[in-house]
Design a protein around this ligand. Structure first.
Ligand SMILES: Nc1nc2c(ncn2[C@@H]2O[C@H](COP(=O)(O)OP(=O)(O)OP(=O)(O)O)[C@@H](O)[C@H]2O)c(=O)[nH]1
Ligand SMILES: [K+]
Ligand SMILES: [Mg+2]
Length: 521
């Protein structure tokens, strides 16, 4: 490799660049150190700029309503004061302690701090910061869940100095700002709360536990390692103080990284689809039994079924659990040429829904679709459907009860099932195989090792990963004598990955991530 034209320039120039380098948000220090320093800096800024962290927040953390237990959570510097003011010994013969025993659930009376009135008999636990969810002092009051009890406890808290009601997601935001969770874990926690199927729960739990964080951090660390190699060349010059071939080593590392990121990006959006639900569109000619199928999947009469062709007009969508996978199933209007204005709008919507779906299932009525040829019976696809059929289209040949014995020898797609939704013949096998086909395409394998867990679960991750990939490509395209520019590209690539975990300041992203949380989380 050629030596850099001006390897670091004069010593003075080299120094000033190093200073700039330290000031930039990417550092070649140990990435963990950088992270902590960054977060500390961030928290510090918050403290100076607003009272956000200084105020103690409180909220009901369980759903409102009548129930055995409600949990009121208090986080911040005045949590201990709240304990002193409101948590009293369970029986009047017991002596009041001066301090709570941290992390121990204790029976108590929750009282009004002004009047001393007993509000409820319950339990209290004090988490001393930073060993708490928010990293601040946290007090949890476990009381009975009833409207009057909860409102009296919240009203008492509102009268304590320094305490104010929490905003949506504010407890989690403090956990993030305290460096306890990174952004991917915050997203994972939100997904975990919203998970409705087993596959969603499994992925969200892994993410919340920091699996995604670690995997992105590994990518970033590898970029930073390459960056450090290039920086060494800039400062000392290859062949002088450092060994030959360092630039090639860095290139090799980046080439490998590039491949890894490409692999993650070509995941068929598996993680994102699993999180939001697989969009399945049922389509086919009128009267094939599409709505009957929807009702069968939903196990209730969700859609109108009649013998009149053109019954379904609008799209009817249901979120269902099919074999543990979240599937948003859409029933659509039968596809045919029609002069009816309303029906033709329905047909247009149906086509659009099929094109936008992740998976499409074409339902045909066997007696109508079968065509006798010299080679034996064959399925004929109506012309109005042809443009929507892809190699990924799945087929259900319905009304097997009406087809007599002539079953097709050749199937229209790789995955075709024959059934009668009326008699139930073949439906169980269809459901089993159909769920298996979805799992094959989207789910983690049963062996839950990391390599099967999709890395990307939010569009946000994809955007930053794509941008990192572009910078790595720019690095690989940089002429080897322009090491300063090469280093710059790597620095940008590392920054792009840092945005996924929130290492890099992204206020607008923070707001959007925390907004969807409920109060008390
Ligand atoms: N014999 C028989 N009839 C069926 C079967 N499945 C559905 N049907 C009947 O076929 C007719 C049409 O069913 P739908 O579910 O309304 O069909 P669709 O495809 O939704 O029809 P459109 O909404 O009009 O496009 C109804 O009378 C159903 O009872 C089956 O397996 N065998
Ligand atoms: K119908
Ligand atoms: Mg219908």
């Amino acid at each position: 490799m050629q030596k850099p034209k001006d390897p670091g320039g004069t010593k003075a120039k080299g120094l000033s660049r190093m200073n700039w380098y330290r000031d930039s948000s990417v550092s070649v220090q140990h990435p963990g150190q950088g992270h902590r320093a960054k977060l500390e800096d961030k928290v510090q800024k918050e403290l100076v700029s607003s009272d956000a962290q200084r105020r103690t927040i409180y909220a009901l953390s369980t759903p409102p309503g009548k129930a055995g237990v409600a949990v009121v959570r208090i986080s911040g510097p005045d949590a201990l004061n709240a304990w002193t003011a409101m948590v009293k010994p369970h029986s009047s013969t017991k002596r009041q302690k001066s301090h709570p025993e941290p992390w121990k659930l204790e029976r108590c009376r929750v009282t009004d701090p002004k009047t001393g009135d007993v509000l409820d008999d319950g339990l209290a636990v004090f988490f001393r910061g930073p060993k708490s969810f928010t990293t601040q002092d946290v007090l949890e009051l476990h009381i009975h869940s009833g409207r009057a009890i909860i409102s009296s406890v919240l009203a008492s808290l509102s009268r304590l100095p320094g305490c104010r009601p929490a905003e949506a997601g504010e407890f989690t935001r403090r956990a993030f700002e305290g460096g306890r969770l990174d952004l991917t874990q915050v997203e994972g926690l939100k997904d975990l709360i919203n998970a409705e199927t087993d596959s969603q729960r499994r992925i969200a739990l892994k993410t919340a536990e920091g699996d995604t964080r670690a995997r992105f951090e590994e990518l970033r660390a590898s970029i930073i390692k390459s960056l450090a190699m290039i920086e060494a060349i800039i400062d000392f010059g290859e062949g002088e103080d450092i060994e030959e071939g360092v630039y090639e080593q860095a290139r090799e590392r980046v080439t490998k990284l590039h491949g890894t990121i490409m692999h993650h990006l070509s995941d068929n959006r598996r993680g994102e689809i699993l999180r939001s639900g697989i969009r399945l569109a049922i389509f086919g000619p009128p009267n094939a039994g599409k709505s009957t199928l929807l009702n069968f999947l939903a196990q209730r009469d969700a859609a109108i079924v009649t013998a009149v062709p053109g019954t379904t007009r609008d799209i009817l969508e249901l979120s269902l659990d099919i074999g543990g996978l979240p599937v948003v199933v859409a029933d659509t209007a039968g596809l045919r040429q029609t002069d009816d204005l309303v029906e033709s709008i329905g047909v247009e919507r149906a086509r659009k829904a099929v094109k936008e779906s992740d998976v499409s299932l074409c339902v045909l009525s066997l007696p109508d679709a079968i065509l006798d040829t010299a080679d034996g019976p064959r399925i004929q696809i109506p012309p109005s459907l042809e443009s929507l059929i892809t190699p990924n289209t799945l087929f259900l040949l319905n009304k097997a009860d009406l087809s007599g014995s002539a079953l097709p020898v050749r199937t229209p797609g790789a995955k075709t099932w024959v059934a009668s939704l009326n008699t139930g013949e073949g439906t169980e096998k269809f459901l089993d195989n159909f769920a298996a086909a979805l799992r094959e395409r989207y789910d983690l394998s049963d062996d839950q090792s990391t390599q099967y867990t999709p890395l990307i679960t939010h569009a946000r991750h994809r955007t930053h990963l794509e941008s990192a990939l572009r910078f790595l490509e720019a690095f690989l395209d940089t002429p080897s004598d322009d090491v300063v520019l090469a280093a710059e590209e790597l620095r940008y690539a590392a920054q792009a990955i840092g945005k996924v975990s929130g290492l890099i300041d992204v206020e607008d992203v923070l707001d959007s991530v925390f907004r969807d949380f409920c109060i008390g989380k």
